[in-house]
Design a protein around this ligand. Structure first.
Ligand SMILES: [Mn+2]
Length: 354
């Protein structure tokens, strides 16, 4: 397992020299944030980002994400050119020596929360989601009331996209994902890149938009859909756990048996009702994710890829991007590393005893 940390490039308020000081973090997860979805990632720009990370004593381990243009998800004719562009971006990433690409296939919103700073009893704040609160938000006036989305879509763009998806069933979305993977996975395979689809967050349809990457069965369907080792998943505990039907250690074992877990996001959440939850600090005792059993399942299946702490709370008066402060994520990385060391050593000593 290689511990990594997400970094949003030069505009991130957390410098790479601080990331380097988090115990056991060896890799960085980043992206070209200034390339519009659907455009080709220029190879020299990927190279420059990789050099910046190298110079900080770290390694550019994972691209998260190359966004999938809405026209690909909608199955519009423009997807032909956009999928070619996606393949070219994968090749640019491969040329810079990066071997894992995270992406998602969520219509319009690639995550959704109704509160970016819910106060927890200890005085920290965390991201939260509540279906009833979402229903209260009046989308007729656009995304300006959706926490985190006010700058991405204006009212007209959002209305037009929501309207376009009103014709797209879950079956159609599955077909569009398969069409995309049939073209992109072979390119990734020859370039030596592992694709890692991120589950939908939260794992159910929102605002009338279809969502399909919501369960272990869905993730298994995806990896079997185009049966190449290059076609895998990002195992994101915090995205899958809000649905109590998702048995995370069992899912890690099954996908691990298939050798298709290419990237791991670890985050804990506390369910507070049907389709309602808030994020917590990483330890198992603080939320509904049994992080120890997830680590044990991954270790037993020989997981050797990149892992990162996912969102953290805001603690110690830190200000910054919701979910992506330094302190709680650093604590998470250290906790995860500790669990991993414990699981690794107890299993190897068990083997020795035999
Ligand atoms: Mn995630």
């Amino acid at each position: 397992m290689q511990m990594t940390f997400r970094w949003f490039g030069q505009s991130d308020s957390i410098p790479l020299r601080h990331v380097r000081q988090i115990p056991a973090v060896v890799g960085v997860v980043s992206a070209l944030y200034d390339v519009a979805p659907g455009e080709i990632w220029p190879a020299p720009d990927v190279d420059r980002l990789a050099s910046t990370i190298d110079e900080a004593g770290l390694r550019f381990a994972v691209v998260e994400s190359i966004p999938v243009h809405e026209d690909i998800k909608l199955g519009r004719p423009a997807r032909e050119r956009l999928i070619d562009n996606y393949c070219a971006s994968v090749e640019s990433v491969a040329a810079a020596g990066i071997t894992t690409v995270c992406y998602n296939f969520m219509p319009v919103f690639d995550w959704m929360r109704t509160d970016l700073a819910m106060s927890l009893p200890d005085g920290s704040t965390a991201l939260a989601f509540d279906e009833a609160a979402l229903a209260e938000i009046k989308l007729a006036i656009g995304a300006s009331d959706l926490p985190g989305w006010s700058t991405r879509y204006d009212a007209a763009a959002l209305a037009s996209l929501r309207n376009a998806y009103s014709d797209i069933s879950e079956d159609a979305l599955w077909e569009h994902l398969e069409y995309f993977l049939l073209r992109v996975a072979p390119v990734a395979e020859s370039a030596g890149v592992k694709l890692a689809i991120h589950p939908d967050d939260p794992p159910w349809p929102i605002l009338g938009l279809p969502r399909i990457v919501t369960s272990g069965a869905a993730l298994e369907r995806i990896v079997r859909m185009v049966d190449t080792p290059a076609n895998g998943v990002t195992f994101c505990t915090g995205s899958l756990a809000p649905d109590p039907a998702n048995d995370l250690p069992a899912m890690a074992r099954r996908l691990g048996d298939l050798r298709r877990i290419h990237f791991v996001h670890c985050r804990n959440i506390k369910r507070t009702g049907a389709r309602s939850f808030h994020e917590t600090a990483h330890p198992s005792s603080l939320g509904d994710v049994d992080m120890f059993e997830v680590m044990r399942a991954l270790h037993q299946r020989g997981f050797a890829g990149p892992m990162r702490p996912d969102h953290g709370r805001m603690i110690w008066d830190e200000r910054g991007r919701p979910g992506y402060g330094l302190y709680d994520r650093a604590l998470g990385a250290t906790y995860l590393q500790g669990l991993w060391e414990g699981v690794s050593r107890s299993e190897s000593s068990g083997a020795n005893a035999v």
